[in-house]
Design a protein around this ligand. Structure first.
Ligand SMILES: Nc1ncnc2c1ncn2[C@@H]1O[C@H](COP(=O)(O)OP(=O)(O)O)[C@@H](O)[C@H]1O
Ligand SMILES: [Mg+2]
Length: 328
């Protein structure tokens, strides 16, 4: 282990009885950088984070965080990390300020120190207006910002964020991304997990793609896309009801796997013959009388990269935000 890596993991295996949650993964996070563990539900993301945060022991393998062994030096590790778990950790019956002060006191600060730190964090996370309201009245986005603030109380050098924006609406997501930018600029090392490829691309220097407990690809977003290469043809329909037909046509013309995004009435597939494919697709759609709003050739998105790598979509169902904006 060295100072270059805030997180260093080798051969991590986690079994729950018969179930293999992690099948032997190696990865590292360079100090001062953001790394995303990207994978679908059940890939093993939370399991990996819990091991690194000393909440769970690996069945095999070893890991250090901030230079300390998670198995034998858990106390040293815990003093240096912040963890925003998938389920909110703050108390909904307390106000935002009360939550932060309480955490400061738990970290052995005096009442005065804890109050000062709380005020500072409320400002940084844009929660001053809501500081003295009960957390139960917060929106999902506000709650996630408070969660983040809570993890920062004791100035951790390594931050673990388990699906920080799952269940948030696009605006709240953007706000949270902005807050994370600020943390990173200040030198905090971040390991985050996400099911969203655009989130990994937006936030992370390095991306580790996992599926079923194994690492299936890694690199920055550009490298992952380049490795897959190839143009994609995208069709946006006027009428969502015609999506299944368009999907069939596109599959016929391209011979490739088709991705459907009902939310934006779009079908996408790899276009091995570039513009020729585009023309064929246009002709086929036109003969079938399917009205098209937009038709284009472009580089693959990370979503498409993921589908090509795993042969399965990154997530099966669109994520519905629960009233609290938090999903387990
Ligand atoms: N305590 C547990 N007991 C049994 N199986 C578990 C437990 N925790 C996680 N798993 C299983 O391990 C796999 C990985 O889970 P998890 O790390 O939570 O995935 P992710 O966070 O990527 O959605 C899943 O198949 C999950 O059902
Ligand atoms: Mg998880």
């Amino acid at each position: 282990m060295d100072n270059e890596h805030a997180v260093y993991a080798r051969g991590l295996v986690k079994r729950f009885g018969e179930k293999v949650a992690l099948a032997g993964v190696d990865f590292e996070v360079k100090t001062g950088t953001v790394t995303a563990i990207l994978g679908p539900n059940g890939a093993g993301k939370t399991t990996a984070v819990r091991i690194l945060a000393t909440l769970s022991e690996a069945t095999e393998g070893e890991a250090t965080v901030a230079g300390f062994d998670v198995r034998t030096q858990g106390h040293e590790v815990r003093r240096r990390i912040g963890l925003a778990a998938q389920d909110a950790t703050v108390d909904p019956l307390l106000t935002g300020r009360e939550n932060l002060v309480m955490l400061g006191e738990l970290h052995q600060m005096s009442r005065a120190e804890a109050s000062t730190r709380a005020e500072q964090l409320l400002g940084e996370f844009s929660l001053l207006d809501a500081a003295d309201r009960r957390v139960s009245t917060y929106s999902g986005g506000m709650r996630r910002r408070l969660d983040l603030g809570a993890t920062m109380v004791a100035h951790p050098s390594v931050l673990f964020l388990d699906e920080p924006t799952t269940g948030l609406d696009p605006r709240a997501r953007n706000e949270l991304w902005g807050v994370l930018d600020t943390l990173v600029e200040r030198g905090t090392t971040v390991l985050l997990t996400t099911q969203y490829l655009d989130e990994a691309e937006r936030l992370a220097d390095d991306i580790i793609v996992i599926d079923q407990g194994r690492i299936i690809a890694r690199g920055d977003a550009r490298t992952l896309k380049r490795e897959l290469g190839g143009d994609h043809v995208q069709v946006v329909l006027v009428d969502a009801a015609r999506l299944p037909e368009a999907e069939r046509l596109l599959a016929q013309v391209t011979g490739a796997k088709v991705t459907v995004d009902a939310g934006i009435r779009s079908v996408v597939a790899a276009a091995s013959n570039g513009v020729d494919t585009l023309v064929q697709v246009a002709t086929a759609l036109s003969s079938a009388g399917i009205a098209v709003e937009d038709l284009s050739i472009r580089q693959p998105t990370l979503d498409e990269v993921f589908i090509a790598l795993t042969n399965s979509p990154a997530y099966d169902e669109p994520v519905e935000a629960s009233p609290e904006g938090v999903r387990s």
